[in-house]
Design a protein around this ligand. Sequence first.
Ligand code: SAM
Length: 282
Amino acid sequence: MSKPIASASRTREILTTYELRARKSYGQNFLIDVSVVARTADASHCEGAVIEIGPGIGSLTEQLALRSRHVRSYEVDERLLPVLEEELREYDNIEIILQDFLNCDLEVTVKKLEARYGTVSVCANLPYYVTTPILFKLFEGPEAVQYITVMIQKEVADRFSAEPGSSEYSALSVESQVLYRVKKLFTVPRTAFSPSPNVDSAVIQFERRPGIVADREFFELIRASFHQRRKTLYNNLKEYTGSSDMAETLIRESGFEAGVRAQELSPDEFVRLYQTKKRIEG
Ligand code: SAM
């Protein structure tokens, strides 16, 4: 039995054999800590089908394959394809797709995977330069994806999981917490990667809240409410709606104090604000 790909020695061996150098432009930092990778896969609810973004040389892919019925993994760097084919050849439940995840048809993919394997989750060590666009593609994607478990920069994880009133609480926190129960699972030191990045990471999990649909208009309202953090919600809404009357009515009819700031409102209060807006607009 060979060592797991995530072990430091096997990673080194693979990089040497294929004369590979990590590509910074693709955000390549390979995990070299088996326990971190195993813990991430264990937490991911991957028993049906799991979608991975960025397999790299396959460290997390392998651990997912050991725990799930099917792994569908998207990679942009074509140099990694022969490596993955060879190193993961003993697994027959892995499908590697050479494609930018941002261009895939998530709706169709999730539907097919769900029909065949029952559940669909997402688990990935995300490339940092596209963390937010990838997560927003998932947030706007099908509700069938119940769990998204991802490794991201610790600082960004803190923003997603921040509570109302804290300095990290932002539009990002509200947008994700309206749709998901957000849990920071554990932090990962920079030394768990090769090459080692300049910042620490964290594994964060988004568990879908049932029955909540957030459209672009709702996200727009949230972003507008935080537009100028130092200003009151009234001032931000006045600018967004172009009407002081409308801003005042929205705040009053949602049951908020006149001088409230966006950072004091909970995700559920933002849902109320949006519902008020929809009701007023008819
Ligand atoms: N999963 C591996 C690990 O944990 O060692 C590699 C993680 S590395 C941080 C990110 C991976 O995502 C790289 O393999 C990179 O080539 C790939 N990647 C970058 N942008 C991508 C995109 N838009 N779609 C799919 N994969 C991408």
